[in-house]
Design a protein around this ligand. Structure first.
Ligand code: ZN
Length: 205
């Protein structure tokens, strides 16, 4: 990258460290950024720094947000006794786009994968269990909808969660989103109609 000069070389290197950005895309983006009006480039840099410093996990559902509670958890219009368990915040955004779900969410930030060395303690499972019981030990939810991806990892995570909840002995309905979500498919890449069908056709576990 010597031939570009130090500054642009550094920018290309930083951009190519991002997921899904290869060397070619990084070069294209770097040239685009350096040709931007200075104000716009500064706005982009500021947005990155601001998001990095302000964004945190919602203290209830663990999604990414910038307050103590995310807008969904703090809304009184949502059914707080119906909790949909997802692998990441992008899946949450996909379900929100359907506009057909009025419960709340729980974001695991991953799935159990012995192959990758990701165990139950590496995802936000403990936080989910804590939410299921109130201070008197009573069930704090009526239904848990497990909407992890239909990959091997997603399925074994789903089964693990069912087992965990059953050991608590709470009278909570546990369901799994239905077919419509292709096997091996990532929720974030699925269209809204399919997601809606998967939700309405969920089955008891
Ligand atoms: Zn939340």
């Amino acid at each position: 990258m010597e031939y570009y000069g130090a500054s642009i070389g550094k920018l290309i290197e930083a951009l190519s460290a991002l997921p899904g950005i290869g060397k070619k895309s990084a070069q294209r983006l770097a040239f685009h950024i350096t040709a931007m009006p200075e104000e716009q480039a500064k706005g982009l840099a500021d947005a990155i720094v601001e998001a990095r410093t302000k964004v945190r996990f919602c203290s209830s559902c663990c999604t990414l947000t910038d307050g103590e509670l995310c807008p969904i958890c703090s809304s009184s219009k949502r059914n707080h006794r119906q909790i949909m368990v997802l692998e990441n915040s992008r899946d949450l955004a996909a379900y929100e786009k359907t506009g057909r779900y009025d419960g709340v969410y729980h974001v695991l930030h991953g799935a159990i994968s012995p192959m990758l060395g990701i165990g139950p303690n590496d995802i936000r499972l403990k936080e989910l269990l804590l939410r299921l019981q109130d201070e008197n030990g009573e069930a704090a939810a009526d239904e848990i909808i497990i909407a992890t991806n239909s990959t091997v990892e997603g399925e074994s995570t789903a089964m693990y969660i069912v087992k965990l909840i059953r050991t608590l002995g709470l009278p909570v309905r546990i369901t799994r989103i239905a077919t419509g979500v292709p096997v091996g498919g990532d929720i974030e890449n699925i269209d809204e109609v399919t997601l809606e069908r998967a939700l309405s056709g969920r089955t008891e576990l």
